[in-house]
Design a protein around this ligand. Structure first.
Ligand code: ADP
Length: 268
């Protein structure tokens, strides 16, 4: 089942327990569903978007605890009690926004600005950046398909933990293979894949870190876009075309999507 706040995740298990806490059976069943769904395939989305146009309506409610001035009111975030007795509450708003694209496409720039904007609105938000993750937790990992997958597994593990604690987690990772992004989608109960689209030539002309020049000189093996594949996402929730936008415009497009498809009430 797709990331659906009505039927998956910790907060929903809690809701079921509250709704019917006299019957242990309901609680057990809900908990079982929660476990099951963290590994189950999602249904096809009816809400794909390209640059913020035309979408669907079945994005889950991501926490109702945002006040009219945009700040989060913890008390308002529908608290409940899970089967093991923990309160839910803030977990309702946890979700992952997964930015994928070529090196230099604009993932880190957008992720940083988005996290900043969310934080200023009083929303608990964290940014998990690919380079930073590799520095902090990627010891021993190279850039083979297997190692890239392992890097993503670690990012997903962290994002899941943060989401469970109500944190909106913005991930910026090249994540070049569809299989890996699908793993993230299937594992994280509330997930939005954002394809940061930018032509290779433009990324290369930006060459923010000088990596393309090195890759062209064959000084970096397995460099995505040059000597390693990048599989274009077949169905992201949102595509941002950063070659034709300023970073601010890209972030505003993303915020507009979040406003329309989640319950985060974001003043822009
Ligand atoms: P990535 O994280 O994808 O490797 P970076 O964010 O590090 O890419 O670098 C992207 C570069 O492109 C930055 O210098 C940024 O200022 C520039 N840029 C130009 N337009 C945009 C846009 N619309 N969104 C994001 N970055 C942009």
């Amino acid at each position: 089942m797709r990331a659906d706040g009505e039927s998956s995740g910790i907060a929903q298990v809690g809701a079921a327990a509250v709704a019917d806490d006299r019957t242990g059976a309901v609680c057990d069943q809900a908990a079982a569903q929660g476990n099951d769904e963290s590994g189950a395939a999602h249904d096809d989305a009816a809400y794909r978007v390209d640059d913020g146009t035309a979408v669907a309506s079945n994005w889950p409610d991501v926490g109702a605890g945002v006040t009219t001035d945009g700040s989060v009111s913890r008390a308002d975030v529908g608290a409940g009690v899970t089967c093991d007795g923990r309160t839910t509450g803030v977990a309702d708003q946890g979700m992952t926004i997964w930015l994928t694209g070529l090196s230099g496409a604009g993932k880190s720039t957008i992720a940083s600005m988005l996290t900043d904007r969310l934080t200023k609105l009083g929303i608990a938000a964290e940014w998990l950046d690919g380079d930073e993750l590799r520095r902090a937790l990627g010891k021993g990992l190279g850039f083979s398909r297997e190692d890239r997958f392992e890097n993503i597994r670690r990012a997903v593990y962290l994002a899941d933990m943060l989401n469970r604690h109500g944190v909106v987690t913005v991930v910026s990772l090249i994540s070049p293979y569809t299989e890996m992004r699908d793993y993230a989608r299937q594992t994280l109960p509330r997930f939005a894949e954002v394809y940061v689209d930018c032509a290779l030539e433009v990324c290369e002309s930006r060459d923010v870190k000088g990596l393309y020049a090195k890759a062209r000189r064959s000084e970096i093996p397995s460099f995505t876009g040059i000597s390693d594949p990048y599989e274009i996402p077949p169905g992201p929730e949102l595509t941002l075309h950063t070659a034709g936008q300023t970073p601010e415009e890209s972030v505003n497009t993303l915020l507009a999507w979040l406003t329309e498809h989640t319950s985060l009430k974001l003043n822009q």
